[in-house]
Design a protein around this ligand. Structure first.
Ligand code: ASP
Length: 306
């Protein structure tokens, strides 16, 4: 079925984005949104659009995904990503993977396989087997993150969870949701996780239902924020379910309120099957960008932090 409207929304993480980094985060989201939009405008799938948008963000060095991600306590970049196709509920996730610059594409290969989740060394081997680009782990480390890691290491009592989620509210995880002209939705989320996390720690981002969800019957959602709090409220699926009865803006706001139960900070983006959009966060800022083409409302563009 051909539709008259198509939508892409991307986020670059919900946290207290330092003032001097806000323009870069906004521009980075905008560029990724445009990349996804180009796919949709050419008649491409929502799945290709969200993967394309996130690949750009994973390469940018601006966000905490792919190149330039924060380092774990061992000083290594360890990545998580998930992707979901609302057409057939196909899912793919990778976690704690090293030496893969585009974990979202690796997650896509998992989605296309008979598996749902592949982690650690096995995920790196899976990349090799399926022809997904690999690199030396050190190539993913930026000078900025190396410096931050050195500073953290010299602190007497490094507690990654308090520093990361207490003071900052979250990190610059990236995510995208899209609706294509065929009426299919997709979602993807990619992250380096929290700075100084213990090796092997996995947050919400690659977890289907927590970090992302997509179902043509309702819509698509990508989340960001304190993973250990987002997981128990299954934030993405909660919002997606609410979209069966509510406008996506109401759905994301109500879903975000469930984080109150666990004292959680974060944010989320959503698009429903009609192409309506929701964006909400309870952190000081969240970087995002969206574009929608709609017969009734014409072209809509919006971006933040606002
Ligand atoms: N949700 C991510 C995690 O807990 C962090 C973030 O969104 O920045 O790993």
């Amino acid at each position: 079925m051909s539709r008259s409207s198509s939508v892409i929304v991307v986020h670059g993480g919900a946290f207290d984005i330092p003032r001097e980094e806000r323009d870069a985060h906004r521009d980075g989201c905008h560029e990724a949104m445009e990349a996804g939009w180009t796919v949709l405008a050419a008649g491409g799938s929502a799945l290709d659009a969200v993967e394309g948008a996130l690949r750009l963000m994973e390469d940018s060095g601006i966000f905490g995904a792919g190149r330039g991600s924060s380092l774990n306590e061992d000083g290594t970049v360890e990545l998580d990503a998930g992707i979901m196709d609302g057409t057939d509920l196909a899912v793919g996730s990778v976690a704690a993977v090293q030496g893969v610059p585009h974990p979202v594409t690796l997650a896509r290969r998992v989605l296309e396989s008979e598996f749902a989740v592949v982690v650690g060394h096995g995920a790196a081997r899976f990349a090799e087997r399926t022809g997904v680009e690999r690199c030396d782990s050190a190539e993913l480390i930026s000078d900025r993150e190396r410096r931050r890691w050195e500073e953290r290491r010299s602190q007497p009592d490094p507690d990654w969870a308090v520093t990361m989620f207490g003071a900052r509210g979250g990190g610059d995880t990236v995510g995208a949701v899209a609706l294509d002209f065929r009426g299919n939705v997709a979602a993807a989320t990619s992250t380096g996780g929290a700075p100084f996390k213990p090796s092997g720690r996995v947050g919400d981002s690659p977890l289907i239902g927590a970090g992302l969800y997509a179902d043509n019957a309702t819509g698509a959602v990508s989340t960001t924020g304190h993973g250990e709090r987002i997981i128990p409220v299954v934030l993405a699926k909660t919002a997606a379910d609410m979209m069966s009865a509510l406008h996506p803006q109401a759905a994301v706001e109500r879903a975000l309120a469930t984080l109150g139960r666990v004292d959680g900070l974060g944010g989320l983006i959503a698009v429903d099957r009609h192409g309506r959009v929701g964006v909400a966060w309870n952190t000081p800022t969240m970087a995002f960008a969206l574009r929608s083409s709609d017969e009734a409302s014409g072209r809509v563009e919006r971006s933040g932090p606002a």
